[in-house]
Design a protein around this ligand. Structure first.
Ligand SMILES: [Zn+2]
Length: 211
């Protein structure tokens, strides 16, 4: 076993010690009653942006979907391998989560691929077509700040992509229905690696503000 994998196994043992040896109440409850998370977080696969670590959540607190650039595709009918949409459906219809948080972040590789088009564009690659979900974010950034430094463009693009995912969430009929009934809220968050800050999209101010 490599040192990296050994470190993960050691981590599991300390997790086990915490939840299955020292304080067994939480998992007794989760095992008996099942999970009932109130919040779905849609985050990026990036190793620096683990929703559970960032929020110090306990097991059972958050239902999580992670993918390249924390994107939500628009609602679509018909077949296909809808991994993200099926997890959203399960969270909303079965678990009845009350909050959905789209968590974007600085230095996102997926957003970099979207903005610069430097990924493998061949039909053998998946990333290019996936990040096109946020194609409008790229168009807006290049229109609004065409001469800004790449870092600024990437941040702007990542934030706009969060808003596109939030809009796409609304295209799911079962989400729209629950929002109209005030049973579900959608939040847009952005983790700024520089300074370790968490920003939230303010619907009133129409921009991301630190929380
Ligand atoms: Zn990312």
């Amino acid at each position: 076993m490599s040192d990296e994998v050994k470190k993960l196994v050691d981590g599991f043992h300390s997790f086990r010690n915490k939840y299955f040896v020292k304080d067994t109440d939480l998992f007794d409850h989760l095992r008996t009653d099942g999970q009932a998370p109130k919040t779905l977080i849609i985050g990026c696969s990036d190793s620096r942006v683990d929703p559970a670590l960032l929020t110090q959540a306990n097991p059972g607190d958050i239902f999580v979907i992670r993918n390249v650039a924390n994107l939500v595709p628009p609602y679509e009918e018909g077949g296909g391998f809808h991994g993200v949409s099926s997890a959203i459906e399960f969270a909303v219809k079965n678990l009845k989560v009350e909050n959905i948080i789209v968590l974007g972040h600085e230095q996102c590789g997926g957003i970099h691929a979207l903005l610069t088009g430097t990924h493998d564009n061949s039909s053998k690659s998946f990333i290019g077509s996936w990040v096109k979900i946020a194609a409008e974010a790229r168009i807006e950034v290049l229109r609004e700040i065409p001469n800004a430094p790449l870092k600024e463009q990437l941040n702007s693009c990542a934030k706009k992509a969060v808003l596109i995912s939030m809009e796409n969430l609304m295209s799911f009929p079962f989400i729209e229905e629950r929002m109209k009934a005030h049973e579900l809220k959608i939040y847009g968050w952005f983790f700024q690696l520089e300074g370790g800050k968490l920003l939230e999209f303010s619907y009133e101010q129409r921009k991301f503000v630190e929380i």
